[in-house]
Design a protein around this ligand. Structure first.
Ligand code: ACO
Length: 430
C-alpha cells in the first residue's frame, strides 16, 4: 500500500526514519532528528541558490515550467493579457478574485488618488547625478518613501499595510517617470488623475511642451499588456528578496526597495537591457551564427541574453504574448530593425543541440526590450518598466508572508568551510 512518507536509513548509525511527504515536499527540519549522537547538530539540507527548496506556500501565482503554464490566481496569463487591464489584474492578485464593476471602480479610484509624491521627493531626485541609472534612482526613492510614511512600520495592521500597498502601486509610475525625466534633463510632469494607469505613466514620461499631449492608444494598450505579463512571477529573485527583507518586519517600502535592487541585475530584470545591448553588438543577421558559436564555446562568459529560465524549461508563455504585441506596436512605430536579428537568433538557437538539450527558450525579456525601444524608451530605463508592474506582485507576496503563521525571520544556515580557533598574531610577527 502506498504511503505519503519517505523512509530514510542513516547509514552512519543504522537508524531508520519515516518522513512525511506533503505537497511533494519533505520538511527540511525533519532531517534534524538524524544525529550521530546527542551532541551532533543533525542533518541539514544544502541547497545553494534554492534550486530545490520551497521557502513558502503561496496561493498567488502558479507556474508549470515544463509545460510553459503561468496563472495568476488560477487565470491563465494569455486570457488576462487579452481581456483584462493591469489594475483589474492587480485587484485579482491582491484579493484573489476578479472584481465586480463597483469593486474595480473603487480600487481604480484609490490607486488614481495616490499617484502624487511629496514635493521633497523631487528635491531628493534632483540630488542625483545627471547620468544616474534610473533603477538606482527608483530603488533609492522607494526606500526614502518609508521616511515619509512612518506609520508603514505597523506591518501587522491590515488597514495600514493595505494603505502602503496602494501607495506603492500608485506612486511607482510617478517615481519611474521622474527618474526618466531627471536623466533626460526634462521637467517633471505631475500625474493626471483623469488618465488610466498606463496612459498616465506614458504621459508623465513623454509629454513635452503640449498640455494636451495624447499617447497613441495602441501603445497604451501594449504597455498595459506588458504590465499584466510582468505583474507577478511567484518566488523569483526579487520577490524572494522582498520576502526575506519583509520577514524582519521591515516596512513595505524598504522591502520593495530591496526587490528593485534585485531586479536591477542582468540575470533578472536587467536582462531586457542586456538583450538590447547584445542585439546591437551583433549588429546584423549575418553575424548571428558567429555569435551563437561564441555563446556555445562560453567565450568570454557570453550568454544568449533573454534565453533560459530557472523554472521554464519550455517556451516562456509571456514571451509568446509579447511576440504578438510586437506586431501591434511596430504597426504604429515602424519595425525595430533589431527584430530581424532577434528572430534569427531565436530560429537558430531553437534548432541547436546546445540550447535544445539545456531546454533554453526565449524568456519574457527577449522581445520586451524591442517594444520598449520602438516606443522610444532609452535602454537603461527598461528595467524600470518591469519594476512598475511587478510592484503589485511584490506587495501581495509581502502581505502573504506577513499573514503566514509558518513564516519567521528568514535566516538560512551555512556549511562552514573556513579556519577555526586560531590565536591572534601581533602585526610585527606576521
Ligand atoms: N545562454 C547560454 N547558455 C545558457 C544560458 C543562456 N542564456 N542560460 C543557461 N545556459 C547554460 C548554462 O551555461 C549551463 O550550461 P552547462 O550545463 O554547460 O554549465 C546550463 O545552460 C544551465 O544553466 P544554469 O545557469 O544552471 O541555469 P540557471 O537556472 O541557474 O539560470 C538564468 C537561469 C539565470 C535565467 C540563465 O538562463 C541566464 O543567465 N539567462 C540569461 C539572462 C536572462 O535572460 N535572464 C532573465 C531571466 S527571466 C527574468 O528574470 C525576468
Amino acid at each position: 500500500m502506498s504511503k505519503d512518507t519517505l523512509s530514510v536509513t542513516d547509514n552512519r548509525t543504522g537508524k531508520q526514519y519515516e518522513l512525511k511527504i506533503e505537497n511533494g515536499c519533505i520538511r527540511a527540519m525533519d532531517l534534524r532528528q538524524m544525529k550521530t549522537d546527542a551532541e551532533d547538530f543533525g542533518i541539514m539540507a544544502y541547497d545553494p541558490a534554492f534550486q530545490n527548496t520551497a521557502n513558502t506556500k503561496s496561493a498567488i501565482t502558479f507556474i508549470d515550467g515544463d509545460k510553459g503554464i503561468l496563472e495568476y490566481r488560477g487565470y491563465p496569463i494569455d486570457q488576462l493579457a487579452e481581456k483584462s487591464t493591469h489594475l483589474e489584474t492587480s485587484y485579482l492578485l491582491m484579493n484573489g478574485e476578479l472584481p465586480t464593476k463597483a469593486q474595480l471602480h473603487e480600487f481604480t479610484d484609490k490607486i488614481t488618488h495616490h499617484t502624487y509624491v511629496h514635493e521633497n521627493i523631487k528635491s531628493f531626485m534632483d540630488g542625483f547625478r545627471y547620468d544616474a541609472h534610473p533603477m538606482s534612482m527608483l530603488a533609492s526613492t522607494v526606500a526614502a518613501l518609508s521616511s515619509f510614511y512612518p506609520e508603514a512600520k505597523q506591518v501587522r495592521n491590515k488597514e495600514v499595510r493595505r494603505h502602503q500597498m496602494t501607495r506603492l502601486i500608485a506612486k511607482m509610475p510617478t517615481l519611474a517617470a521622474f527618474s526618466y525625466r531627471h536623466s533626460q534633463g526634462l521637467p517633471y510632469i505631475y500625474p493626471n488623475n483623469d488618465l488610466p494607469y498606463a496612459e498616465n505613466f506614458l504621459t508623465m514620461v513623454k509629454s513635452i511642451g503640449k498640455p494636451n499631449w495624447k499617447a497613441h492608444p495602441a501603445l497604451v494598450k501594449a504597455l498595459d499588456v506588458l504590465f499584466i505579463l510582468h505583474a507577478d512571477h511567484e518566488q523569483n529573485c526579487s520577490t524572494t528578496s522582498v520576502r526575506v527583507v519583509g520577514s524582519s518586519e521591515a516596512d513595505p517600502y524598504s522591502a520593495v526597495a530591496a526587490g528593485i535592487t534585485a531586479l536591477y541585475g542582468p540575470l533578472h530584470g536587467g536582462a531586457n537591457e542586456a538583450v538590447l545591448r547584445m542585439l546591437r553588438e551583433i549588429g546584423d543577421k549575418k553575424n548571428v551564427p558567429e555569435f551563437i558559436k561564441k555563446v556555445k564555446d562560453k567565450d568570454g562568459d557570453k550568454k544568449l541574453m533573454g534565453f533560459g529560465h530557472r523554472v521554464y524549461k519550455n517556451y516562456d508563455p509571456r514571451a509568446k504574448v509579447i511576440k504578438k504585441a510586437c506586431d501591434e506596436v511596430f504597426e504604429v512605430t515602424g519595425k525595430n530593425p533589431l527584430l530581424d536579428i532577434a528572430v534569427e537568433l531565436e530560429r537558430i538557437a531553437l534548432q541547436d543541440d546546445y540550447f535544445v538539450q539545456r531546454k533554453l527558450y526565449p524568456n519574457v525579456d527577449f522581445y520586451s526590450g524591442l517594444i520598449y525601444e520602438a516606443m522610444g524608451f532609452p535602454v537603461d530605463f527598461f528595467t524600470c518598466l518591469f519594476a512598475i508592474p511587478r510592484t503589485v506582485g511584490w506587495v501581495c507576496q509581502y502581505e502573504e508572508m506577513i499573514n503566514d503563521n509558518e513564516q519567521k525571520i528568514a535566516r538560512p544556515r551555512q556549511v562552514f568551510t573556513g579556519q577555526r580557533k586560531r590565536d591572534y598574531v601581533a602585526i610585527d610577527k606576521r
